[in-house]
Design a protein around this ligand. Sequence first.
Ligand SMILES: Nc1ncnc2c1ncn2[C@@H]1O[C@H](COP(=O)(O)OP(=O)(O)OP(=O)(O)O)[C@@H](O)[C@H]1O
Ligand SMILES: [Mg+2]
Length: 320
Amino acid sequence: MNELIEVESLSKHFGSIHAVDNVSFAVKRGEVLGFLGPNGAGKSTTMRIITGYLPPTAGTARVCGQDIQTHPIEAKRRIGFLPEGAPLYGDMTVLAFLDFIARIRNLNGAQKKLRIEYSVARMGLEEVLYQRLETLSKGFKRRVGFAQSILHDPDVLILDEPTDGLDPNQKHHVRELIRELGVNKAIIISTHILEEVDAVCDRAVIIDRGRVVFDGSPIEFHAKSKHHNGVALRVTSATAAQVTKLLKGLPDVAAVEQTGTSAGHVSMIVVPRNGRFIADAVGTAIRQNNVVVDEIHTEAGKLDEVFRQITVGEERSALR
Ligand SMILES: Nc1ncnc2c1ncn2[C@@H]1O[C@H](COP(=O)(O)OP(=O)(O)OP(=O)(O)O)[C@@H](O)[C@H]1O
Ligand SMILES: [Mg+2]
């Protein structure tokens, strides 16, 4: 079976709040899905339903073909879950906690030892093994949470903001680990770090006010930006007006926007019509007119701009 996570028409209402509103998507083995959305969009609620911590108001979630509502034990066996926030049981040491989770996961003897050693090594927990959970720093708590989620080598990983609170080295390390694990698992990660979509995800789903507003590849995400395939240039202030006029006249150019000035130079971005590829035409026009350019590169498109464009989180919180 290819699709290890299947979410169909999922809804969750808390009184009058429609936290999740008719959400559907599927994640295949070998796929890392980035789950994005403004604060309060419904990401954690959806993840809690998929992992069986919350019942849905309507709809179904299946993990490895098992309905989490009707076959919770079979489904949960296949899931590793890193919930939002810190792990429980603050008075346990890291090792005691991992041992406890391993036993709940039916790991025993040599296999248990091996899996604990693996998770400890992968999350760099050697130095805190005998420290109580409540005394750990935020980042180490996250790392323990991640370690417990991979103990039983599950087919499905649901990771709610896995890199939240980690230092830059650990962020990099965890992203690499997610990429590596994603080769033969189905993984959902929620994140507010948009670069993570490019760094680790094969696909992104964006939800806003409980509804899916985007489902596509990172390239399709970038392509929604008006700057996608744009050409960024830096020229001297003396030539800026002439260059702007020249490039505005090209057939596939929608606009030339000034993005900054510094020390006698002007930075600008040439915006294409409908995301068309204009780098060749811009390059040719520059050469033919002997324009001196200090810097030139094509733009992939800014994800934060697309995110703002397709979500209304800011307006929503302002209205509350
Ligand atoms: N147990 C609950 N009771 C009442 N409302 C809830 C409950 N859990 C979540 N909500 C509400 O559901 C909505 C979605 O919350 P959720 O935690 O899923 O958002 P999120 O996308 O994970 O946000 P964040 O990015 O801040 O983590 C919010 O309006 C939240 O207040
Ligand atoms: Mg959340």
